[in-house]
Design a protein around this ligand. Sequence first.
Ligand SMILES: CC(C)(COP(=O)(O)OP(=O)(O)OC[C@H]1O[C@@H](n2cnc3c(N)ncnc32)[C@H](O)[C@@H]1OP(=O)(O)O)[C@@H](O)C(=O)NCCC(=O)NCCS
Length: 173
Amino acid sequence: MGFWKSLFVNSDATSSPKSTQSSSVLAEVQSDDGSTRIFFSTDRDIDLYELEELCNAVGWARRPIRKVKKAIQHSFLVVTMWEQRGSRRRLIGFSRATSDHAFNATIWDVVVHPEFQGQGLGKALMKQLVKKLRSEDISNVTLFADPQVVDFYRGLGFMADPEGIKGMFWYPD
Ligand SMILES: CC(C)(COP(=O)(O)OP(=O)(O)OC[C@H]1O[C@@H](n2cnc3c(N)ncnc32)[C@H](O)[C@@H]1OP(=O)(O)O)[C@@H](O)C(=O)NCCC(=O)NCCS
């Protein structure tokens, strides 16, 4: 079991942020020796090239930066995950949700850097995102899962085709 997993397992994501922290920090956890900190943030001021690097690292197709910028600007919620060592911060996870601001939200672009996968961090990131959506009284949370991650989302309580409902898609010819 990875170090971070031992901190996140059976916990409701992470510890509460310190009161001195910026309001965009949702939660954080520190390594025993204090050298490394992992934190979750809703701050949208992200270096888009760093985000592109993160997406490249998991093999996602490149998307035009200006469209990614627009998608982030128009998202209802963005939750990022950062590793901090001294003054150096590194983007290690990303997720966002669009919403009608009342009933529904849809989660997009959930990603954890390969070096940090398998340690409970994807689960913690998703928990932060869903917790924040619930705090906004959004009750219908949906997502589109790639086939290889269906069980990851199932483990977080997401159901495929509840009551036979099918996701349907339309693409231009
Ligand atoms: C999917 C992803 C976000 C998971 O992140 P992660 O940090 O590795 O996941 P965690 O370590 O938090 O795993 C949480 C649980 O899900 C399980 N899990 C993780 N990835 C899984 C997968 N692909 N399929 C099934 N279960 C998975 C883990 O075994 C763990 O189970 P446990 O709680 O019983 O121990 C990460 O693998 C990733 O970024 N993948 C590439 C991008 C991607 O495919 N994103 C989803 C697009 S729809």
